[in-house]
Design a protein around this ligand. Sequence first.
Ligand code: NAI
Ligand code: MG
Length: 490
Amino acid sequence: MATISETIRAPQVRQTQCFIGGQWTPSVSGKTFDTINPATEEVIAQVAEGDAADVDLAVEAAREAFDNGPWSTMDARDRGALLHRLADAIEGELDELAALESLDNGKPIRDSRAADLPLTIDCLRYYAGYADKIHGQTIPVRGNYFTYTRREPVGVAGQIIPWNFPMLMVAWKWGPALAAGCTIVMKPAEQTPLTCLRMARLAQKVGIPDGVINVVPGYGPTAGAAVVKHRGVDKVAFTGEYKTAQIIMRDASTTLKRLTFELGGKSPNIVFADADLEAAAAGAHFGLYFNQGQCCCAGSRLFVQDKIYDQFVDKLVSMNRARKLGNPLDPETEQGPQVDQAQFDKIMHYIDLGKKEGAECVSGGARFGDRGYFIEPTLFAGVEDEMSIAKDEIFGPVLSVLRFKDLDEIVDRANNTSYGLAAAVWTRDVAKAHTLAKKVRAGTVWINCYDVFDAAAPFGGFKMSGMGRELGEKGLDAYTETKTVTVSLS
Ligand code: NAI
Ligand code: MG
């Protein structure tokens, strides 16, 4: 095992309470829940279990900060400066935050350090720069009138996030909301509340005014649902499962809240025989196994062209054999455990189903070790379009490899899903690449690469993969209302 610094070996848990109106408080009920280390199944800490009463207090604080407080009167440029300071503060504690993320989520420290943290910081800086650049238009209209628009913050944003990229999801939600001038009630995932709470502490430290950011840890059907139903919340941004989004849509219908959803996928990753096969294999492997397969955009339907199919599968299998599973805090570890027992069980169920439905499990397929929620990198060959493992989001280290003949056939098969989050194509033929990019119904298409994210590039889903876009300039739409003002010049 490589040497592990003290900061990383034993990250400190400092915040475990609700953060409401700048105060750290136990839940109103006094209840707590355990957050678990998925590598050992041991309890890391007890965290305040918020519910409707806590959400009421958080919304009250967020409303006050929005309606009468410092946030609505602060110059936009000063808001941007605070966002920059938050990004700097996170950067200043990069190692410790990365370790805390790995402890709570189980992701390898090398990934937290190389991906989660830098992307989090970059996203906050990107939106810091937008704070003073959100403005309306002057519009020529008929008659003797002067018409202009204002882009105003939508108000109090309720933000509900999942556990797969805990800090990064905070940044994707806080960045545009704060830049636009909204205030926030956030409900982090019950599996991974720790880094969100730490970020709230850093926000307080750098001077983001009390009440602007409020965090209520707790469960979805209680704390989460209370955020969605609350009359004082103007908008809900949610990332997670489509079935949860369906519940949220129903719960939000009474108040007709603005909704944005970033949901799952069953993204096609298409490899043509004329591709750079080394690069394609590396990309296909990374595109599925990264983050233990717990990515909304995972390339979980890998379509490989007939004539290179066997050789390509062999390459992937040998990569799986070489993959290093183990302690997420060991810098050499490439794959950690799944986030919890429920996800572990769901994935094992799909592995069984794949075998039963007649796909060929050519690597992995079993639990790894006897402690923690580890699953071997698993690969199914000979997968057919109608099998469950080719249709359902598994959200684990399980790759389905399908065979295809030509371009005509692959477009329909790639689109034969209710999802539409991402897709990728590997080929040296420019026309083929762009034809697919045009015809695939997905919010993001990667050509000869996979999982390339940037704070400036909009991300979101077609069909049941989501509503609206996050990141980029587009990401601000979710947090602004357009107001039209018309003045008579007569
Ligand atoms: P989930 O959608 O239930 O949880 C995501 C967030 O929503 C959590 O903060 C949760 O507490 C909250 N939530 C749950 N029920 C709610 C409700 N009724 N009202 C308001 N908020 C609620 O996802 P879960 O159960 O953690 O994972 C199930 C599956 O969802 C995974 O196996 C995966 O397929 C998918 N998923 C997709 C993600 C993505 O990035 N698109 C992230 C996490 C899960
Ligand atoms: Mg759920």
